[in-house]
Design a protein around this ligand. Structure first.
Ligand code: ZN
Length: 127
C-alpha cells in the first residue's frame, strides 16, 4: 500500500493537481453524464465526457503557471458573481471593459456615465 502511495506521489510531482476550476468542471461533467443516462441525449453525453477529460487534463498538466492563472481568473469570476448576487438589490456591479476593475454603482439612477477610478475609461450604464 505504501508503494502505491509513493508511486502516486512521484507521478503527481510537478503536476497541477486538483484545483477549484477542475472540481467545478468535473461536477458539471458528472451531472451532464448522469443526465445523459436519463434523457438519452448524445450531446449531454459528449459534454460530460469532454468535461471529465478536461478536468483530468487540468490535474495532470505540468504547465502549472498557466493552469494557476486560469484558476485565479475563475476564482475572480466566481467572487464577482457572488458579490453581484449578495448586493443585487441595491447596487449594479460590473467590470471595467479596459482594465477589469470591479465597479459598483447604486441602482435605480437611470442611464449614467461611469468613469473607472483606475484607468479613467468612461462607459454608459443603465442602473
Ligand atoms: Zn478601468
Amino acid at each position: 500500500m505504501k508503494k502505491i502511495g509513493n508511486f502516486f506521489r512521484n507521478f503527481m510531482q510537478g503536476r497541477n493537481g486538483t484545483d477549484d476550476l477542475a472540481k467545478v468542471v468535473l461536477w458539471i461533467a458528472i451531472a451532464c453524464y448522469l443526465l445523459s443516462l436519463l434523457t438519452k441525449q448524445p450531446g449531454l453525453y459528449m459534454l460530460g465526457i469532454a468535461g471529465i477529460a478536461y478536468a483530468l487534463y487540468r490535474c495532470m498538466s505540468k504547465d502549472i503557471m498557466n493552469r494557476s492563472a486560469e484558476n485565479r481568473r475563475f476564482q475572480k469570476f466566481l467572487s464577482l458573481q457572488k458579490l453581484k448576487w449578495e448586493q443585487r438589490k441595491d447596487y449594479k456591479i460590473f467590470a471595467c471593459k479596459r482594465c477589469g476593475r470591479t465597479i459598483r454603482v447604486p441602482k435605480k439612477k437611470g442611464k449614467i456615465e461611469v468613469t473607472c477610478p483606475t484607468c479613467g475609461h468612461k462607459s454608459i450604464h443603465r442602473t
